[in-house]
Design a protein around this ligand. Structure first.
Ligand code: GLU
Length: 470
């Protein structure tokens, strides 16, 4: 049997962290079994489904690398399939027309609530088949005795008594099929073997199983994934910062870091933290997923991101970093190759966004000196050191880190001062700030002329300040 899984988002918003984790787990189940992963867009709620949300979901899946083997299938394009099965159930008397008015249903509901009962349809039209009228919905004739049992991969054995389930509406009065019915038909026609979804759907599962059985369709296996909480223990929401997957891209995270973070959010394999995608495929087991909710931990995501900035092939990181340079409107075509700056910066920043902004000076003239750094290091006493190192650097014949280093050292020796007295003003002059990777390699990646000009700029700055103070 080929394993077929699916991710079936309702396009009412972006792809959020919870949905992405469900998609990942579902994808992993398919990949591990050499099966198929299907993407299905559950867009029957036309009022709430939007094209931008569909685009955002596809974009999020693509960014994470969760490629689908079939789809995206759109439920709104499959109404004839649903109608076919609604007719079949009606023909076989497994579904019936319900003519109950809204008033009747509301009154029934109120009375049930008053009696402290769970509101449910009382089966009026099931028992009186010939009520008639021109306005009706179609209800599924749910079994009235027995129970529905299934063995959830995450939550273990689950049983619902049929008396708990009323006769579900499968088509509205305008003829459109309802959510639970579409899912059943799709899961069946798409040969889904494993349904992995959020635990908010757990109450739908027994209803869906009953419909599948009435249709003579096989029942897939189920895994209901627990919620994700924020670090304050409340349900993850916008309050906790980013919840959309694409926001993580915008904030400078690598998709590999996000995937690794998501796979561990509710699943573990010994005490291993780092999983390549291949390792996830090899080691992930639905049965090992935690049934308790998991709490989001941004520190850990940052840690993983930094790990992958250092561990992934530099060309791969460069592609993602390029996105951030473009996003920050920094033209990198005239500066050092991104592959060269990544190893220098990966240890010093947590995100690619930060990496791009902290590397701006490699590609553009900086606007102003960082005020704190200038106050500390571009003081009149620094002028002599800057002039001397400017001369030395201007005459370096081969612009390489070792020669640059030697020139700085020689300047310090000439002046009889420590390296820092030359290095710090030079760093501020060359980069605009007091914080940069090792000076020799940083300067090597800049142009010799550019460095000399920036030192001149720092000297002028010192002189202007001096004059202003006189
Ligand atoms: N469309 C549903 C949702 O976005 C998922 C349904 C399912 O996976 O069965 O919550």
């Amino acid at each position: 049997m080929t394993v077929v899984t699916r991710f079936a988002p309702s396009p009412t918003g972006y792809l959020h962290v919870g949905g992405a984790r469900t998609a990942l787990y579902s994808w992993l189940v398919a990949k591990a079994a050499g099966g198929k992963f299907i993407l299905r867009i559950e867009d029957t709620d036309r009022e709430r489904s939007t094209q931008p949300a569909i685009d955002a979901i596809l974009e999020g899946m693509e960014w994470l690398g969760l490629n689908w083997d079939e789809g995206p299938f759109y439920q709104t394009k499959r109404f004839d399939r649903y109608q076919h099965y609604i007719d079949k159930l009606l023909d076989e008397d497994k579904a019936y027309k319900c003519y109950c008015s809204t008033e009747r249903l509301e009154k029934m509901r109120e009375e049930q609530m008053e009696r402290g009962e769970k509101p449910r349809y009382d089966g009026h039209c099931r028992d009186n088949p010939n009520v008639g009228g021109d306005r009706y919905v179609i209800r599924f004739r749910n079994p009235q005795v027995g129970s529905v049992k299934f063995n959830d991969h995450i939550r273990g054995p689950i049983e619902f008594a049929n008396t708990e389930l009323d006769d579900l509406i499968i088509a509205r009065s305008d003829g459109t099929p309802t959510y639970n019915f579409c899912v059943v038909i799709d899961d069946w026609e798409m040969n889904i073997t494993h349904v992995v979804r959020g635990e908010d759907h757990i109450n739908n599962t027994p209803r869906q199983i009953n419909i599948l059985q009435a249709l003579g369709a096989p029942v897939p296996e189920y895994a209901h994934v627990a919620m994700i909480l924020g670090d304050d223990g409340k349900k993850l929401s916008k309050r906790h910062g980013a919840v959309s997957v694409m926001q993580y891209r915008d904030d400078g995270y690598l998709p590999q870091a996000v995937l690794n973070y998501l796979v561990r959010l509710g699943w573990s394999h010994g005490d291993q933290e780092i999983f390549s995608v291949d390792e996830m495929i090899e080691k992930f087991k639905l049965d090992d997923v935690n049934k308790a909710a998991s709490a989001f931990n941004t520190e850990k995501l940052n840690w993983l991101n930094q790990h992958y900035m250092k561990a992934l092939p530099v060309s791969e990181v460069a592609e993602h970093l390029q996105w951030h340079f473009s996003d920050q409107a920094i033209d990198v075509s005239k500066g050092p190759a991104l592959e060269k700056i990544i190893p220098l910066l990966a240890d010093r920043v947590k995100t690619l966004k930060e990496m791009a902004s902290s590397a701006r000076y490699f590609y553009e003239e900086y606007d102003n000196f960082d005020e704190t750094a200038a106050k500390k290091h571009l003081r009149p006493v620094a002028r002599e050191a800057l002039e001397a190192v400017q001369d030395r650097l201007a005459s370096v014949s081969e612009w390489k880190a070792e020669h640059i280093q030697a020139a700085i050292q020689a300047t310090a020796d000439d002046l009889g001062v420590g390296m820092g007295k030359v290095g710090m003003p030079l760093r501020v002059a060359a980069t605009g700030s007091g914080n940069s990777p090792s000076l020799d390699v940083t300067l090597e990646l800049l142009d010799q002329e550019q460095v000399v000009a920036r030192i001149a700029r720092a000297i002028s700055f010192i002189m202007e300040r001096e004059q202003a103070q006189q």
